[in-house]
Design a protein around this ligand. Structure first.
Ligand code: ADP
Length: 516
């Protein structure tokens, strides 16, 4: 009696479940099944086999089901059912892969209800089958793509960050982790501005806005240099390049970040090398210089000896004081000259780094003039200046530029020696040139450059001064100017005399008023 009652309520539950399932099936295209564990019969709702590409009647029992389903999924299902029955669960969910007639696998997911007999034995399950193959494939493809992207992000040599319109970080590549010293996980969701120092934030957001405006008008990506800030505060020069992409209808921005400190280091290495080469060049020039040195010094020293011998003679004869003073002055001039030759050579030999700085032009020029005029008191030279604008600066090694000026001025002064007094003028002019350069020219009113050496003027040993001239000055001058990125040239002026002009990068420098 009670057996019958149980049975009726079980059937009723089943009916209810079926009604629910039928509704579910209608709305979400599910298939229904019923599995009788006592007989082993398995019934699928009509059309389900066909929709999976199976011949109708392929699945009629647990046995025939097992033959189609992947073996590991069959045993997983068996274990699942055993657990469900042991725990007397009234429902469970499952998933399995089934091989269809075309050989393709499809993935089925579902949920089932359990029906137990009076003894508590699981006798029937009934439920829904859902074909989730497309979804599973989509998910797998997505996982593949994610894995691919992950691999790219991990192996890409350049630092890359993906941000959204607000600058929030969505991806942070392994190289970016290395460059900035942050873990990606700590930066996701944070703003890109975190990667630059406070002082650069405004410029970063301006560049970003500028890029978006340019994109809106169809322009290509943008590159800009910036200072970035690493975890811990170290600042490094970097180059940002931004590219836009659309992800799920939303704009995203890929920011590639290139570390420029390596470039800066390479530039420094190149500069060091240039320094070394200049050093070697000077050393080679020294060999040639040494040969001429004896002659160079011999001349002023023997002149000094002569002047002093004459002085001694004059004094022993009780000569005129003024005459004695004049001879001593002449001797002194010669000693000065010998001294300046030695000084000059020392400056070339002593290894010193090229120290490029923003240097005042006028002061450098005037210092050079006073250096030269000390040693050439005999030559009554008028020096005129034409500074295009006061307070101009150059980007140069001041000592080297002074060497160049001293050389040019000394040559000019020597060229003026043979001129009548009213024609002994040196004009030093400074003016700006296009490309942020300045030009310094030294003109004289001498006889001009000898046509025989005009061509070879800047090669070593070009001199018209016989044993007195070393003919090295101009070749070294040109090397110095070229090392600064400028040019040195010479020409004869139509009015007579020579002009030497050289260019240097201009130094822009805002001086505070009270320092001026
Ligand atoms: P050095 O002065 O030792 O001869 P430089 O290389 O300085 O060596 O000059 C080479 C030559 O160029 C000089 O010997 C001279 O003939 C010529 N020169 C240089 N400057 C002038 C000038 N301002 N006027 C005329 N000739 C010049």
């Amino acid at each position: 009696m009670s057996d019958t009652r149980n049975r009726v309520s079980a059937e009723r539950a089943l009916w209810e479940a079926e009604a629910q399932l039928a509704f579910a099936a209608e709305t979400t295209a599910l298939g229904l099944f019923e599995w009788d564990l006592v007989t082993g019969a398995l019934t699928w709702s009509y059309g389900d086999e066909a929709s999976l590409g199976l011949a109708p009647g392929s699945i009629v029992s647990f046995e025939s089901w097992s033959q189609r389903v992947f073996p590991e999924d069959v045993s997983a299902t068996q274990t699942l059912i055993a657990n469900v029955a042991a725990q007397k669960l009234d429902k469970f969910t499952f998933r399995y892969r089934i091989r269809c007639d075309d050989g393709k696998a499809r993935t089925i997911e579902g949920a089932a209800r359990c029906i137990y007999d009076a003894g508590g034995t699981l006798v029937k399950t009934t439920g829904v089958n859902v074909d989730v193959t497309e979804r599973v494939e989509r998910e797998a493809a997505l996982r593949d793509r994610e894995a691919q992207l992950g691999a790219i992000m991990a192996t890409m040599p350049s630092a890359m960050v993906v941000i959204d319109v607000d600058g929030a970080i969505h991806m942070f590549s392994a190289a970016a982790e290395r460059l900035f010293g942050y873990a990606a996980a700590d930066l996701l969701g944070q703003n890109l501005a975190l990667l630059v120092p406070n002082s650069a934030r405004e410029s970063l957001s301006a560049k970003f806005a500028g890029y978006r405006a340019a994109r809106a008008s169809g322009d290509a990506g943008e590159l800009f240099e910036l200072v970035a800030r690493c975890n811990g505060g170290a600042e490094i020069p970097v180059e940002f390049s931004i590219a836009e992409m659309i992800v799920a209808g939303e704009p995203r921005y890929t920011v590639f970040i290139r570390d420029l400190s390596e470039r800066a280091a390479a530039e420094q290495a190149a500069a060091d090398l240039r320094n070394e080469l200049a050093q070697v060049g000077r050393g080679a020039a020294m060999g040639e210089l040494a040969a001429s040195l004896a002659h160079e010094l011999n001349q002023p020293l023997s002149a000094t000896a002569n002047f002093l011998a004459a002085t001694v003679l004059l004094v022993s004869r009780g000569g005129d004081r003024d005459k004695v003073a004049e001879l001593v002055t002449l001797a002194n001039d010669q000693i000065q000259r010998a001294g300046s030759i030695i000084r000059n050579i020392r400056e070339f030999i002593v290894k010193r780094d090229v120290e490029i700085g923003i240097e005042p032009i006028e002061k450098t020029v005037r210092d050079a003039v006073s250096l030269v005029l000390v040693g050439s008191a005999r030559v009554d030279v008028e020096v005129r200046y034409a500074f295009e604008q006061p307070g101009q600066f150059m980007l140069a090694d001041r000592v080297q530029i002074q060497q160049v000026l001293v050389n040019l001025l000394r040559n000019a002064a020597e060229a003026l020696q043979d001129q009548p007094k009213h024609r002994r003028t040196i004009l030093i002019a400074v003016r700006g040139k296009p490309g942020d350069m300045i030009e310094i020219s030294v003109s004289d009113t001498g006889a001009g450059i000898d046509a025989r050496i005009l061509e070879t003027l800047f090669t070593p040993l070009s001199s018209t001064k016989g044993s007195e001239g070393m003919g090295l000055g101009l070749s070294i001058c040109r090397r110095i100017i070229e090392a600064h990125g400028g040019t040195l040239s010479a020409e004869n002026r139509s009015a007579g005399g020579a002009t030497f002009r050289f260019t240097l990068p201009a130094g822009s420098f805002e001086m505070p008023d009270d320092d001026r």
